[in-house]
Design a protein around this ligand. Structure first.
Ligand code: AMP
Ligand code: MG
Length: 421
């Protein structure tokens, strides 16, 4: 056991419940369809008319009366040509056909299409020879065969992808009502942090968390707001958090939440909620890495409730904490209906040994498709909370439960954090 008593630790699921329970999706906004990719639809969209709006041909060929082809091969007189985009002006009478291109409306009188590949020139000019019998309705896409007028086209809660954009365009939804995309501030804390390329003095390190978290926000479809670095000074950190709460829908800080003498984020958050209203929590999450977590919902000007995550400073911890605690909340703000990361079963291809310590271990692993079609996972490298290299090499976190570990060949649940190769 480490120095935490197991009782002080709070299970990850309980922490997720608390943080998710204290925020609501951002209010709906109306945006142009061309900007809608990745947003979550806030209202159902129904088909404004039948889709397709008129019966049309699925193939290039000849529109005809199916009945005329019962004795195929037959010859029909071609009475016109109908390209896509042109309305028919003539009806197809018995013994006649109209040459027709994919997407053109079915002319009156016709009820089937002979595809061009199954026709030949007729015995004289203006005639076509249809080789096979055409059944009624052949290659006819009837009006409303995709969606009928009034049908649900895209449901509220849908994450708008390219196909949704296409569908919304075809039902004339040129503007859509979506949940606003959260603006998320990112603030680093620590006297040791130095940005840019200034040579490092002994004791100084690069500020990697801010860059990494801003990149994660970008990947996950949020708007990152870079709030810079604050010194380990209570007033400076308080001012930074206050600025974030005023400017953003949510805030991520990193560092300053553990047991050190200069860990001021906790204090700053407690003070801020006393002043502005809201609620602060200090968690020891029963996970490794990323045990310490300060969380507050701060009552911001205008009645907004802004979630603030005081993520731990260690680079791996801040990213893991983002992934399992902050990201679900940001997804909820953005309107996602299932904001928690999905657990997927995989098979351990390494031994993941550990000792009981009351915590769920989130092991950086490389997940790949095994020969039998199941996912297999191997360690991505050194597992220290400062060792970003293994985090960078990983595309998943393996959830190794409290106990003595998971041995090769056993099932283990994983959370995907990157693409499967
Ligand atoms: P703290 O939680 O502030 O005690 O920080 C824990 C560890 O994380 C220390 O080794 C810090 O130097 C490191 N750390 C804190 N913030 C950052 C950051 N923004 N980028 C890289 N390392 C950090
Ligand atoms: Mg620090």
């Amino acid at each position: 056991m480490d120095r935490d008593s197991v009782e002080e630790l709070v299970a990850l699921e309980d922490v997720q419940r608390v943080v998710l329970g204290s925020c609501l999706p951002l209010g709906p906004i109306e945006i142009g369809l061309s900007d809608a990719l990745g947003f979550v639809l806030a209202e159902d969209v129904h088909a404004s008319g039948d889709l397709p709006p008129f019966a049309n041909t699925a193939m290039d060929g000849y529109a005809l009366r199916a009945d005329d082809t019962r004795t195929a091969p037959v010859e029909l007189s071609v009475i016109g040509v109908l390209p896509a985009g042109t309305a028919p002006t003539q009806a197809v009478e018995p013994g006649t056909a109209v040459q027709i291109m994919t997407g053109a409306p079915i002319p009156p009188g016709a009820d089937g299409i002979a595809i061009v590949e199954r026709t030949e020139p007729g015995s004289s000019d203006g005639k076509i020879r249809v080789l096979d019998q055409v059944s009624p309705g052949a290659y006819v896409r009837s009006a409303g065969s995709d969606l009928r007028r009034g049908d649900l086209a895209v449901a509220a809660g849908t994450v708008i992808g390219p196909a949704h954009v296409g569908l919304l365009a075809s039902v004339d939804a040129t503007r859509v009502t979506v949940h606003a995309r959260p603006r998320v501030g990112v603030l680093s804390t620590g006297d040791e942090l130095v940005g840019g390329t200034v040579p490092l003095e002994l004791g100084q390190i690069r500020d990697s968390n801010r860059q990494g978290l801003l990149a994660a926000l970008q990947r996950d479809g949020f708007v990152g707001v870079d709030l810079g670095v604050r010194r380990d000074d209570e007033a400076a950190i308080s001012a930074g958090i206050r600025e974030g709460v005023e400017r953003c829908d949510a805030l991520l800080t990193s560092g300053g939440v553990s047991m050190g003498e200069f860990d001021f984020v906790k204090v700053a958050l407690e003070t801020l909620v006393t002043e502005l209203g809201g609620r602060a929590h200090q968690f020891k999450v029963a996970i490794k890495p990323a045990k310490p977590l300060s969380f507050a919902v701060v009552a911001a000007p205008g009645g907004r409730l802004v979630p603030v995550f005081g993520l731990p400073g260690n680079p791996v911890s801040s990213m893991v904490s983002y992934q399992v605690v902050a990201l679900p909340v940001l997804r909820k703000l953005a309107g996602h209906r299932s904001p928690l990361p999905r657990r997927i079963p995989a098979v351990a291809a390494d031994d993941f040994e550990r000792h009981p310590d009351g915590k769920l271990h989130l092991v950086r692993v490389v997940a790949a498709m095994g020969a039998d079609g199941r996912l297999i996972v191997r360690s991505a490298g050194e597992q220290g909370s400062h060792q970003l290299a293994a985090l960078a090499a990983a595309n998943a976190l393996a959830l190794v439960p409290n106990g003595t570990g998971v041995s090769t060949g056993s099932e283990v649940q994983i959370l995907l954090t990157g693409p499967l190769e």
